[in-house]
Design a protein around this ligand. Structure first.
Ligand SMILES: Nc1ncnc2c1ncn2[C@@H]1O[C@H](COP(=O)(O)OP(=O)(O)OP(=O)(O)O)[C@@H](O)[C@H]1O
Length: 358
């Protein structure tokens, strides 16, 4: 079994009387990347800062490679935790050369010049920037600056590298290119990484595991494909924009949904006898002729994503105020009237929330 490099146990943080983290448990195996994903203010950066040692927990523990670094009266400062960090703005010093920036953490550790030079060149070689060692950071592209920041984070050969939204200051095109590059760099270097982002595609490209955070808690921690296949709640499905969440009722012969009724049988996991929340993803809908359909609507918007067209259909008959997304190989015309058929096996049902009537 692979040892966990970072783990937290019931980790909490309060600012005054306001709980910001309410009990976080993670266990990250060596060589894995964990993304912390969630809306603004959910506590991602706070969790990263607790792991880094930039904040002390109100309760709970942080372990790094079997060593307790925070909790039970122990608190190791950042420089004693063996971590590398890459921040949003890279925090490169403009008055130092690329090599000077990368060597700075070693200088702080009072490592001699010869050894320092050797390690700086090695770190720059690993990010393929040794030819720019003497340049000033201001004379580099955004992507190159980011690689300098990574070289600086790995120069002391840390066990773990923490990334706090390292791409958010780049323009969209560069960001998209850099995500893939960063993902392969993390793998090539064999890093164990924790990566804070509020960008889902970034998290899904980079991470082995994604922790979806919500109001100071982890709502679900799973591999990207599992999050898409099996979101744990309607809220997570909505946050990940996996489709439309609606209420549906199983009937004796089929299902009822808004004012629509159908005799098409539902899959075995559909609950009997009461209304339940269901995720209708683009793949659980098929277009059909409007006169044969239980649900019909008009095409409201079309976008091209992941090699297919996604159309928003505003349902006009069968349910009120509902917009459903459907995937198609061809571009539908705006305003076109289409029928929708539900592929019941592809629906995902959510258990009733506590307090919800059965
Ligand atoms: N020094 C502080 N004092 C009081 N409250 C704080 C402090 N720092 C952060 N908070 C609050 O803690 C909560 C979590 O903040 P945090 O920065 O961890 O969120 P985040 O998920 O990283 O958000 P973002 O994506 O916007 O960076 C927020 O409600 C924030 O207002």
């Amino acid at each position: 079994m692979t040892a966990n490099t970072v783990s937290t146990c019931d980790l909490r943080l309060d600012y005054g009387t306001t709980p910001v983290l309410k009990g976080i448990d993670i266990a990250l195996p060596a060589g894995n990347t964990l993304a912390l994903l969630g809306p603004s203010g959910c506590g991602k950066t706070t969790l990263l800062r607790l792991i880094a040692g930039l904040l002390a927990p109100s309760f709970g523990q942080v372990w790094i490679e079997e060593e307790l670094v925070a909790g039970n009266g122990i608190f190791l400062p950042p420089e004693k935790r063996g971590l590398g960090m890459v921040f949003q703005d890279y925090a490169l010093w403009p008055h130092l050369s690329v090599a000077g920036n990368v060597g700075f953490p070693l200088e702080m550790r009072k490592i001699g010049k010869a050894e320092r030079d050797r390690r700086v060149i090695e770190a720059l070689r690993r990010v393929e920037l040794e030819h720019l060692a003497n340049r000033s950071p201001g004379a580099l592209s955004g992507g190159q600056q980011q690689r300098v920041a990574i070289a600086r984070a790995i120069v002391a050969e840390p066990r773990i590298v923490l990334f706090d939204e390292p791409l958010s200051n780049l323009d969209r095109e560069l960001r998209e290119n850099m995500v893939g590059e960063l993902a392969s760099l993390i793998r090539q270097l064999g890093l164990t990484a924790i990566y804070v982002t509020h960008d889902q595609s970034e998290a899904f490209t980079l991470a082995d595991q994604v922790a979806i955070m919500d109001h100071g808690l982890i709502a679900q921690l799973a591999a990207p494909e599992e999050l898409i296949e099996a979101p744990a709640s309607a809220k997570i499905a909505e946050f990940l924009r996996l489709g439309t969440v609606a209420n549906m009722r199983r009937t004796a012969t089929g299902w009822a949904f808004g004012s629509a009724q159908s005799d098409h049988a539902l899959g075995p996991d559909a609950p009997f006898g009461h209304e339940a929340q269901v995720l209708i993803s683009p793949h659980s809908l098929q277009a059909c002729a409007p006169e044969q359909a239980v649900l019909t609507g008009a095409v409201k918007a079309v976008q091209f994503r992941d090699n297919a067209y996604l159309a928003d259909i505003a349902v006009t008959e069968g349910a009120d105020n509902l917009v459903l997304q459907i995937a198609s190989n061809s571009r539908m015309r705006l305003g076109e009237r289409i029928g929708l058929e539900i592929v019941s096996d592809c629906l995902r049902w959510f258990p009733a929330q506590a307090g919800q009537a059965p």
